[in-house]
Write a protein that binds this ligand. Structure first.
Ligand SMILES: [Zn+2]
Length: 287
């Protein structure tokens, strides 16, 4: 059964560790993340962007697949199915489809409109036991058309959105989606500290987890980050392993063309990446 992300993140915040959000793209991806979470006894959040949802034939298909898979694989650790960077309309579609958590990303609106729309989503989501993530300020990089300028959030605006009753809050602290540029100056811990002071017990979310050095991740967790989003890193691991399989000509040997064989190295690479992240975030054994 899917659960809201609220409890697992409050426990993470209190226990000074973070729960990983791993974005899924297909059946193999989902299976790899679920099996790794179960094996390591870690709570987990499956992230689905609106683009990935469309790719997988809609939120209903995704929710039904995840629920059926959890049953078949006997998954007993807490799993939240979470809409990543949702629009206002997208948040309602995901909730109707059975998602247990949604992000409404109103960061590209002015603060007043962000407050107004976030308030409405919280009201309707909480009535159904669904957790809500909101975002303040633009985070750099690009994600399904939501583009930011690598900005940092205003701690006072963070407090305003946190006080609306969201369950987790994403705030820009110099993080970027996708691969980090060579001249990246690192996370703004001074800003994170101020946001933490103003928002108290609110679990904070770090987007763009790919390529942030381990020591920075640990410092971010010590300053109140309780959820870390990982997407690109699993994609790169999958790509590298699949490329190696084909470049070594293994698809040409025997039944190496069978998708169950051809995709297997990529799946193992995703599992290894998820394991490495869960160990770094400290969520192993916390289910
Ligand atoms: Zn993001």
């Amino acid at each position: 059964m899917l659960v809201s992300a609220k409890d697992m993140l409050q426990k993470a915040k209190a226990g000074k560790y973070a729960v990983g959000q791993f974005n899924i793209n297909n059946l193999e991806w989902t299976k790899a993340v679920l099996q790794t979470a179960e094996e390591l006894r870690s709570p987990v959040i499956l992230g689905v962007s609106e683009g990935a949802g469309k790719y997988m034939c809609g939120f209903n298909t995704v929710a039904d697949m995840v629920k059926a898979m959890m049953k078949t694989l006997n998954i007993t650790v807490p799993v939240a199915l979470h809409l990543d960077h949702g629009t206002f309309e997208g948040a309602y579609k995901a909730m109707d489809a059975g998602f247990s958590s949604v992000m409404f990303d109103g960061s590209h609106y002015g603060i007043e409109e962000n407050v107004e729309k976030t308030t409405k989503v919280i009201e309707d989501a909480h009535a159904r036991g669904i957790s809500v993530e909101a975002e303040v300020g633009a985070i750099g990089g690009e994600e399904d058309g939501v583009i930011g300028g690598g900005e940092v959030a205003d701690p006072d605006e963070c407090k305003r959105i946190a006080d609306l009753g969201v369950d987790m809050l994403a705030a820009g602290i110099g993080n970027i989606h996708g691969k980090y540029p060579a001249n990246w100056t690192g996370l703004r811990f001074d800003v994170l500290e101020k946001i933490g002071e103003k928002t108290g017990e609110m679990p904070l979310v770090l987007h763009g987890g790919t390529g942030i050095p381990a020591d920075m991740i640990k410092t971010a967790i010590s300053l109140g980050v309780s959820k870390i989003n990982v997407n690109t890193e699993c994609q790169l691991a999958f790509q590298e392993a699949t490329r190696k399989y084909i470049e070594e000509g293994k698809d040409l040997i025997g039944k190496g063309f069978d998708p169950r064989k051809l995709l297997a190295p990529g799946v193992e690479a995703i599992k290894a990446t998820v394991k490495e992240k869960m160990e770094l975030f400290g969520s192993v054994g916390k289910a």
